[in-house]
Design a binder for this molecule. Structure first.
Ligand code: GTP
Length: 211
């Protein structure tokens, strides 16, 4: 694939969007960030023996709130796949997810895309290390992901780098699958011919076996 895969990370304030991006790019966990602006991270990774160029856009929640609808929509239109983040310690961030998913679906559908299955999305439940402060169960996360038709991962950006990679790789694999589905179907006539040839061969063989 020549063009980079473009991923957009969305979620409520303090869910760990920037921490996740930085973890993925640098493999390090950095607790606090001064900047609160929109950042696009660029990198290359090997996924299933294939090099993939990536662009990951981190939209801080404040910017999301202040932005005009048009500029959020243009970020959504730009993206090939979405990571929706909430924190297991912040119930309001979990409740924010369906609204964000609806925004994605409406924006993509307004482009004339036929189905929401065409927009790979993974729901990420972050801060799994803060078990004592848990406000959203794993089952609730799984159920929401199922209802919204997304993948699901519960992880801790603070504790594990591999699970962050796994979540992003899952999204890239979904994206690839989507591209495969969008490939044109084989020509109907040549397909019918293939079936006819296969049937003829089978019939001839069974006749030979019978007689
Ligand atoms: N304990 C714990 N803290 C985390 C984890 N991930 C992020 N944090 C902390 O959560 C806070 C918010 O992280 P950010 O990455 O700035 O969150 P954000 O979603 O980018 O926030 P906005 O820019 O406000 O939208 C920071 O204090 C992080 O150190 C995690 O897995 N575990």
């Amino acid at each position: 694939r020549m063009v980079p895969v473009k991923l957009l990370i969305l979620g409520a304030q303090n869910t760990g969007k920037t921490a996740l991006c930085v973890r993925f790019i640098t493999k390090r966990f950095i607790g606090e960030y001064d900047h609160k602006k929109e950042v696009t991270y660029r990198c290359s990774r090997t996924v299933d023996q294939e090099t993939v160029d990536l662009e990951i856009l981190d939209l801080p929640f404040k910017i999301l709130l202040q932005s005009s609808e048009a500029s959020i929509e243009s970020s959504i239109r730009w993206a090939d796949g979405f990571l929706l983040l909430y924190s297991i310690t912040q119930r309001s961030s979990f409740l924010e997810i369906p609204r964000l998913k609806t925004l994605i679906d409406q924006t993509k559908q307004s482009l004339g895309s036929p189905s929401c299955a065409l927009f790979p999305t993974v729901l990420v439940a972050n801060k799994a290390d803060l078990e004592v402060g848990r406000k959203v169960t794993t089952e609730e996360g799984q159920k929401l992901a199922k209802d919204l038709g997304c993948g699901f991962r519960e992880l801790s950006v603070a504790e594990a780098v591999l699970s962050v990679e796994a979540a992003i790789f899952q999204l890239i694999r979904c994206d690839r699958l989507t591209l495969d589905q969008q490939r044109p179907l084989p020509d109907r006539r040549s397909y019918m011919l293939t079936v006819r040839h296969a049937l003829t061969r089978k019939l001839t063989r069974s006749k030979t076996m019978q007689w």
